[in-house]
Design a protein around this ligand. Sequence first.
Ligand SMILES: Cc1cc2nc3c(=O)[nH]c(=O)nc-3n(C[C@H](O)[C@H](O)[C@H](O)COP(=O)(O)OP(=O)(O)OC[C@H]3O[C@@H](n4cnc5c(N)ncnc54)[C@H](O)[C@@H]3O)c2cc1C
Ligand SMILES: NC(=O)c1ccc[n+]([C@@H]2O[C@H](COP(=O)([O-])OP(=O)(O)OC[C@H]3O[C@@H](n4cnc5c(N)ncnc54)[C@H](OP(=O)(O)O)[C@@H]3O)[C@@H](O)[C@H]2O)c1
Length: 444
Amino acid sequence: MSRVAIIGSGPCGLSMLRAFQQAEAKGETIPDVVCFEKQDNWGGLWNYSWRTGSDQYGDPVPNSMYRYLWSNGPKECLEFADYSFDHHFGQAIPSFPPREVLFDYILGRAKDADVKKYIRFGTAVTNVIYNGSQYEITSTNKKANTTSKENFDYLVVASGHFSVPYIPEYEGMQSFPGRILHSHDFRDAEEFRGKDVVVLGSSYSAEDVALQCYKYGAKSVTIGYRNNPMGFKWPDGMKEVHYLDKLDGNKATFKDGHTQNVDALILCSGYLHHFPYLEDNLKLKTHNRLYPPKLYKGVVWQDNHSLMYLGMQDQFHTFNMFDCQAWYARDVIMGKIEMPSAEEIDKDINNWVALEEKLEDPIQMIDFQTEYTKDLHEATDYPEIDFELIRVHFKEWEHNKEEDIMTYRNRSFSSPVTGTVAPLHHTAWGEAMDDSMKTFMESK
Ligand SMILES: Cc1cc2nc3c(=O)[nH]c(=O)nc-3n(C[C@H](O)[C@H](O)[C@H](O)COP(=O)(O)OP(=O)(O)OC[C@H]3O[C@@H](n4cnc5c(N)ncnc54)[C@H](O)[C@@H]3O)c2cc1C
Ligand SMILES: NC(=O)c1ccc[n+]([C@@H]2O[C@H](COP(=O)([O-])OP(=O)(O)OC[C@H]3O[C@@H](n4cnc5c(N)ncnc54)[C@H](OP(=O)(O)O)[C@@H]3O)[C@@H](O)[C@H]2O)c1
């Protein structure tokens, strides 16, 4: 029997385990599966931790989520085809849940599939070498501080790519008298109440961290974009200016000449695809993009088809796209999908990459990733789900954000799995200070 190692039990690793479990439930013989998880809990980024820096064993903390984080896209766009929200919660819930609710949903399916038995918690993969036929995997049991080596026939890398911050430096940082942090270490917007906050970046973290600070009482929030502004209609007290030039004491000067007093500087400058445990020729080297090269169907390592990567794309689609990838990886591993010739693989990858490079706006990006996900979906028996509806939802969501960045989370969408139309939440997002699951589930 072949052996499969999965690194990570975040949403992607759990999709992989679910895919195997579903094959087994249909009477198929599945390989011997081991999932390595360096934390003591599953769910990946959705497993909130107060910790920043290192954990109690000296290992870097992977968690990047913060208190009061709500889904930034409609939950209907990420719904599992084989495990609906209606089924999990036993009632219809609003479209933009807080983190704890989505964490509960992810774990609900994992428990339903009884996949915990495959996971070695508190066990970090520290080294992977391919010896020509197998992967020699070295892992450390963090609590016991013991190291072991094992061989596997297949490797699935599901260790995420939003855990290792990219931290640029600007003139004046060294002598800045306030607080400087990356969004990876942002935990609680309350900390910035009454403060002048500068946020650098123009993507989802910049948008949401800035809004959080505003919502929880920052005195002012100034966003410095590098290339293109987000351009939303920001509420009074928030503004977007061009790129930080330098800091001089507490004074920030921007490229457009704008100056601003600053107590705290939050770098929302993105993350690195970082795989320190992989030998160099197995490493995916890419920035955050919709189609990282060298991955056939966005999943299979071009140079070695026994290596799979899950979830390495920049993400509009998430959980159900991870599922489509995992089902695909499973069928490659179980010999149900045959790899085409090297030429065809190269052509296919180049085709997607060329298409991606022509994309000009978020609407085209949504179309691109929807087409990619549909392409994968057709290749396996992942259950029916209406990706056309998801495409429409994403476009409406973009439109809602442009209309009003403060209210887009108050909208309702319909399920691509059950058709249920989400109820409106009892409290508008701008006034909802308590993000607990208990309060969210209450009806007024
Ligand atoms: C701040 C933030 C907010 C987000 N909000 C949303 C949202 O609202 N909606 C949405 O759909 N998506 C959101 N995302 C996107 C998020 O990337 C996905 O939802 C999802 O968590 C990706 O799953 P993953 O399994 O690829 O990675 P992760 O969730 O990062 O899981 C990776 C797992 O691998 C483990 N691991 C890493 N290295 C090792 C190792 N060497 N050995 C063993 N285990 C290891 C980690 O401990 C972790 O459990 C957000 C991301 C961030 C950073
Ligand atoms: N649920 C939520 O509300 C929520 C909140 C936060 C994050 N997220 C998720 O988290 C993931 C990561 O998002 P992200 O925004 O952290 O990363 P990202 O989407 O990769 O964006 C990185 C940003 O960093 C900027 N940047 C890079 N180098 C810079 C520099 N030297 N100076 C200034 N800016 C620099 C980039 O600017 P350019 O565009 O100019 O290159 C870009 O705006 C996404 O999947 C997102 O959906 C979700």
